[in-house]
Design a protein around this ligand. Structure first.
Ligand code: NOJ
Length: 562
């Protein structure tokens, strides 16, 4: 397999609004990121993925862009951006920008022009349709609730918005739209950025018949078959690749809702014709249900293993995987798959990290994950800021599908705001995030979960992540080895091997709060194997049957060359 830097990198995602506030306005900013560059260097990451920093009215925290070549005022200026880029590059850290081009803000000049008249040269930059039988053009529901169409009285037509009403979808059928997007991307590449994370890129091509979808529990039709991995998406990405991406040395990762393995092999083909890798959602959606993600279900380990194993094996040598548990759209993993009690938070956070980072693909760490940050005890609905969560609360409770008290608990468990509370830097007021009033509440546990304490303590979650990142640089088997799942039906243990030439890893993870045992397979002789990393022990001779403590993780190494 061809070796490239983006296969060998570890990416750290920054959600700028919640990372570090340098000027006391309660909102994180670019100078704050620059100040923390040494922290990131110490952690050992190679690449930063920056969630959007562009001008935006913030209906969806920057995922609604009104100027792709300007910086959001709260975050600073273009000079601040350049300084941050320079500070990163000085430390050999690359910067990947979020590219949000399925939609813009309704305050983007293109949309303001577009909505002004049917004859505007910008009219076809967006998707406009006449009413059907006095109602919306079709029955699609938007991802943030309600219809995906909004009526605009100025021209007596509807426009499509797959997300909020302030996020109108761009019309990728229009070559002029594609040209504008590619020119803008080129402008950023010329500036020296190192790649793009492409927001909902699997949704840019819509079935031009715009058919009604199958009615779902929400009362709206399912847009999935007509929007996700639509008819021309690969053509568009190949065009983007030829015109922009192939001219630079970039990391590209596409966020691909509803992607299948077969589609993934096209998006992230190792022939380099489209993107380097994609984010798939299958393992994160395993606890979804009739009311979308709003429930308290636990993911079954056997299903998790089956799903991740499928992605590991089927993409091997054909396409590249990205590995993640967390991002700005997911609740905290230690509260979801681990155990965030005082007793087990640290070991279970380390176990989850081990399980993911020893797999094949490029790992992504979301800010605070390296500290084992947890979900947030939101006291009331007023503390939530996320448009998706707030809309969902009203939609599901007003329709009577979910009782208010239940929905509030589901929000506390699954809301994206769990990931968006401020980064916990130290035990001073507001966790050292700001000297002002934070835009969203700080998790009260910052007094014992914070970066200062963990950087100073050798056995912290922070140092464990640091070790995992280092190991990736030392052993090619972690990067390029094949993957094999053992014990697929075991409900408690996640065990797999990685193999590359003479090198082999055995990864054993206990996902429970009970002690377990694992009998070593016959080709793993205790006297021939070494513990590479573990979350309880740093040095522990293997025994024919390995006893595992609650949430214990061990990685054994063997080489056939003695
Ligand atoms: C996916 C992003 O990750 C999410 O945060 C955002 O709300 C939607 N796309 C819309 O841009």
């Amino acid at each position: 397999m061809e070796k490239t830097w983006w296969k060998e990198s570890v990416v750290y995602q920054i959600y700028p609004r919640s990372f570090c506030d340098s000027n006391g306005d309660g909102i994180g900013d670019l100078n704050g990121i620059t100040q923390k560059m040494d922290y990131l260097k110490e952690l050992g990451i190679d690449v930063i993925w920056l969630s959007p920093v562009y001008e935006s009215p913030n209906d969806d925290n920057g995922y609604d862009i009104s100027n792709y070549q300007g910086i959001m005022k709260e975050f600073g200026t273009m000079e601040d951006f350049d300084r941050m880029l320079h500070a990163a590059h000085e430390r050999s850290i690359r910067i990947v920008m979020d590219l949000v081009v399925n939609h813009t803000s309704d305050e983007h000049p293109w949309f303001m022009e577009s909505r002004s008249s049917k004859d505007s040269p910008y009219r076809d930059y967006y998707i406009w349709k006449e009413a059907k039988d006095g109602k919306a053009p079709n029955n699609w529901g938007s991802c943030f609730g309600g219809s995906a169409w909004k009526y605009d009285p100025a021209t007596d037509m509807y426009f499509l918005h797959m997300f909020s009403q302030k996020q109108p979808d761009l019309n990728w059928e229009n070559p002029q739209v594609r040209k504008e997007v590619f020119d803008m991307m080129d402008w950023w590449c010329q500036k020296g950025i190192d790649g793009f994370r492409m927001d909902v890129i699997s949704m840019i091509s819509k079935d031009q018949a715009f058919p009604d979808g199958e009615i779902k529990e929400t009362g709206y039709g399912d847009y999935g078959p007509y929007v996700c991995n639509g008819p021309r998406v690969h053509e568009y990405l190949q065009e983007m690749n030829q015109i922009v991406l192939s001219k630079y040395d970039l990391l590209t990762v596409g966020e691909c809702a509803g992607v299948t393995i077969e589609e993934a092999k096209k998006y992230a083909n190792l022939d380099g014709s489209e993107l380097n890798m994609i984010f798939q959602f299958e393992h994160m959606d395993l606890d979804g249900g009739e009311t979308f993600k709003w429930n308290e279900k636990k993911i079954r380990l056997t299903e998790l293993k089956a799903t991740l194993t499928k992605w590991q094996n089927e993409l091997y040598d054909k396409a590249w995987n990205s590995l993640y548990w967390c991002n700005h759209d997911q609740p905290r993993i230690v509260s979801r798959l681990g155990n965030d009690s005082k007793q087990y938070r640290e070991v279970s956070a380390k176990m989850l990290a081990t399980c993911l980072h020893m797999m094949q693909g490029t790992p992504y760490i979301y800010q605070g994950e390296e500290l084992g940050m947890t979900n947030v005890p939101f006291p009331t609905l007023d503390e939530f800021r996320d448009i998706e969560s707030i809309n969902a609360y009203h939609e599901y409770t007003q329709s009577g599908q979910i009782a208010k008290a239940d929905m509030f608990r589901y929000l506390c468990y699954k809301s994206r705001d769990n990931a968006r509370t401020p980064m916990q830097w130290d035990d001073t007021k507001h966790a050292g995030f700001t000297t002002g009033t934070p835009w969203i509440m700080v998790n009260p546990n910052y007094q014992h979960i914070n970066a200062r304490e963990q950087v100073a303590r050798e056995d912290s979650v922070f140092h464990y992540y640091q070790k995992l990142i280092k190991l990736r640089k030392q052993h090619d088997v972690i990067l390029y080895g094949t993957y094999q799942l053992l014990l697929p039906d075991d409900p408690n243990l996640y065990v797999y091997t990685r193999t590359l030439g003479e090198e082999q890893l055995l990864v054993i993870c206990n996902f429970t709060d009970q002690e377990q045992t694992f009998p070593l397979p016959s080709d793993w002789r205790p006297e021939h194997i070494n513990l590479l990393i573990g979350n309880y022990f740093t040095n522990k001779p293997a025994e024919p049957t390995i006893p595992l403590l609650p949430y214990e993780a061990r990685v054994y190494y063997q080489t056939t060359v003695q």
